[in-house]
Design a protein around this ligand. Structure first.
Ligand SMILES: *[C@@H]1O[C@H](CO)[C@@H](O)[C@H](O)[C@H]1NC(C)=O
Ligand SMILES: *[C@@H]1O[C@H](CO)[C@@H](O)[C@H](O)[C@H]1NC(C)=O
Length: 235
């Protein structure tokens, strides 16, 4: 009988002990969680992912969309030889060659009977392999079905890189030109003969244009040049 009276008290005491220690434990866990979150967000800011530098040489097939004008671009990036090539097939349109040298000379030409060529002299050469350095990390986003880290290089480009493979997947210029990377062949090099601008690029005529008047039809590099000229590239 005595036991029966005491027991509920003990039980109640025990229960309240348990419940208060549970509260204490929960509180502690909560504090730990808050602290951990704070620490990890500080850590995340300190070592947020950096864009992978471009390989010194690669070939990419790019799908480009500029306000609904579509093109396929063969990009041959060749840093050791100081050259970069965009061979641009506009949809049901011109095949355009955009050849850039690291000394700042660029040639834009066709290889058909129209024999068009324009050249330009820029202050800067081709993009450096580390041209994305200093870009601001924006977090992760799924693009074209690939989970990507996303960066923005001020006023110039949004750049999406596959989280797992570190390959570029997508980028968008501030002009709205949108690029989707279809292939990415690291180490591929275009044979030297293909880097020769046609003879009519060197004929004496009024083909030397300064950049402001240089309208390369649906050209791919234009925004890059503008971006560089705007001084936003910090190259
Ligand atoms: C191209 O971009 C435009 C927006 O500028 C969009 O409406 C259109 O669907 C895109 N086309 C393709 C084939 O991605
Ligand atoms: C830059 O290099 C290319 C390729 O060698 C050449 O055709 C061009 O004339 C050079 N430009 C200058 C300004 O030296």
């Amino acid at each position: 009988m005595v036991m029966a009276i005491i027991l509920p008290n003990v039980l109640n005491q025990f229960k309240s002990m348990v419940s208060s220690s549970t509260h204490a434990l929960l509180l502690l866990l909560l504090q730990l969680a808050v602290a951990a979150t704070a620490t990890s967000s500080v850590a995340a800011a300190a070592d947020s992912p950096k864009p992978t530098p471009w390989p010194l040489q690669f070939h990419s097939i790019l799908f480009a969309n500029y306000s609904g004008s579509l093109s396929l671009i063969d990009l041959w990036y060749d840093w050791p030889n100081g050259r970069n090539f965009n061979i641009i097939q506009n949809q049901l349109g011109k095949l355009l060659y955009d050849l850039e040298w690291n000394n700042g000379t660029s040639f834009f030409y066709t290889l058909d009977s129209s024999k068009e060529c324009r050249s330009a002299q820029l202050e800067v050469g081709i993009l450096r392999p580390n041209w994305l350095e200093g870009a601001e990390y924006l977090g992760q986003e799924t693009v074209d079905g690939f989970l990507c880290n996303v960066w923005q290089k001020v006023d110039f480009i949004w750049y999406y890189e596959d989280v797992v493979t570190k390959r570029p997947v997508h980028w968008v210029f501030y002009t709205g030109r949108s690029i989707h990377v279809m292939t990415f062949e690291v180490g591929a090099v275009l044979e030297d003969a293909k880097w020769q601008a046609p003879v009519y690029c060197f004929e004496k005529r009024d083909s030397q244009t300064d950049l402001k008047s240089n309208k390369v039809d649906g050209g791919y590099l234009e925004p890059q040049l503008e971006g560089i000229l705007k001084g936003s590239m910090q190259l």
